[in-house]
Design a protein around this ligand. Structure first.
Ligand SMILES: *[C@@H]1O[C@H](CO)[C@@H](O)[C@H](O)[C@H]1NC(C)=O
Ligand SMILES: *[C@@H]1O[C@H](CO)[C@@H](O)[C@H](O)[C@H]1NC(C)=O
Ligand SMILES: *[C@@H]1O[C@H](CO)[C@@H](O)[C@H](O)[C@H]1NC(C)=O
Ligand SMILES: *[C@@H]1O[C@H](CO)[C@@H](O)[C@H](O)[C@H]1NC(C)=O
Ligand SMILES: *[C@@H]1O[C@H](CO)[C@@H](O)[C@H](O)[C@H]1NC(C)=O
Ligand SMILES: *[C@@H]1O[C@H](CO)[C@@H](O)[C@H](O)[C@H]1NC(C)=O
Length: 284
């Protein structure tokens, strides 16, 4: 039976590719012949065991391979992007040479992923009006695998923008950049996400609407200034008038003896004394 399985690994990590048989305690590895191969064209053997020993190890794997001697799991260390692909494990029972037979045969596909950097968002204001701020938004992320998808969400809506990804080859790390225009009418969050092989990275940036409303911004203060200057003028006028008429009015109350109004009597106790003093000085 040909059974298929998918395994994912991060670049640089260790991953076990499962085989399809486990040796019962009563038996030993000596009874088996095991082949791990990669389904390239032509097929290349990665590792092979027979009579309880490793009979072949592919040099291209640089000692990064290892096989579990009970369940035949193929361990791959320091996983590389080039390890991506379909592998196949074939187990033969050779305990009786006359009756050698395949116990099982299984394919497993390895998907290697490399994490992209957190997306970096930049916004460049191109035009500004009272209603909106126009900006060119750029989002970029680098050093990941496989080829990603990039998306932008603004105001709960998917952004329509141009994206491009670059890599040296189909089996090397990718960089991606996307760019588009936005019209910001109020402070709004913008989120950029990079998705690859079921993983995602995203970043948010608060895009600010710059206030550039010349007429409304300047006119309220000028109203305030006009109003306050009117108030100040009225106040100054009042003070001037008071300064001019109030003293004479009090003096007319206090200093003139003819005005012997009952209310004015007590208030006029002092002024007569001062008038005495003045008269004394004048006499001297
Ligand atoms: C095989 O054995 C290893 C180590 O004992 C274990 O980690 C792994 O999960 C096993 N794999 C399978 C497919 O049973
Ligand atoms: C692989 O392993 C062998 C034996 O353990 C060692 O001599 C050799 O230097 C190793 N090669 C690498 C690339 O690690
Ligand atoms: C965003 O959109 C989804 C569906 O498109 C909707 O269910 C959700 O309520 C919206 N959220 C806001 C905050 O508008
Ligand atoms: C995308 O690129 C094309 C051609 O380079 C350009 O005409 C178009 O305006 C761009 N679209 C956006 C949303 O930037
Ligand atoms: C991807 O970006 C990195 C860092 O910004 C840079 O060093 C590398 O050359 C870029 N790769 C490609 C294929 O452009
Ligand atoms: C933007 O997002 C951040 C974090 O997700 C949140 O704290 C903030 O309140 C959001 N701001 C607006 C204006 O939606």
């Amino acid at each position: 039976a040909l059974e298929k399985k998918i395994v994912k690994s991060k670049m640089g990590g260790t991953i076990g590719l499962p085989c399809c048989h486990e040796i019962p305690d009563s038996e030993s590895l000596d009874n088996y012949r095991v082949y791990w191969q990669k389904n390239t064209h032509p097929t290349e053997v990665v590792l092979a065991y027979a009579q309880g020993k490793k009979i072949f190890e592919n040099k291209q794997y640089d000692n990064r391979t290892e096989m579990d001697t009970r369940n035949f799991t193929l361990w791959l260390h320091r996983v590389e992007i080039l390890d991506n692909g379909a592998y196949r494990c074939i187990v033969q029972d050779v305990s009786s040479p006359q009756n050698a037979h395949v116990v099982c045969d299984k394919s497993v596909t390895l998907f290697v992923t490399a994490d992209f950097s957190n997306p970096k968002i930049t916004a460049e204001v191109s035009a500004n009006s009272c209603e909106s701020t126009e900006m060119m938004v750029t989002c970029s992320s680098h050093g990941g695998f496989p080829k990603p998808k990039i998306s932008g969400v603004f105001n709960n809506e998917s952004m329509v923008w141009n994206d491009s990804s670059v890599s040296k080859s189909s089996l090397s790390l990718y960089n991606i950049t996307a760019q588009g225009w936005l019209s910001v009418t109020k402070d709004t969050n913008f989120t950029c996400s990079v998705e690859y092989n079921g993983f995602a990275r995203s970043t948010s940036l608060l895009l600010r609407k710059t206030n550039d409303c010349i007429v409304p911004v300047v006119s309220p203060p000028s109203n305030v200034i006009t109003a306050s200057s009117i108030i100040i003028c009225i106040f100054l006028l009042a003070v001037t008038l008071a300064a001019r008429y109030l003293p004479r009015h009090t003096c007319s109350h206090c200093c003139k003896p003819q005005d012997s109004v009952e209310d004015g009597v007590k208030e006029c106790l002092k002024p007569p004394m001062s008038s005495n003093v003045t008269s004394e000085t004048s006499s001297v």
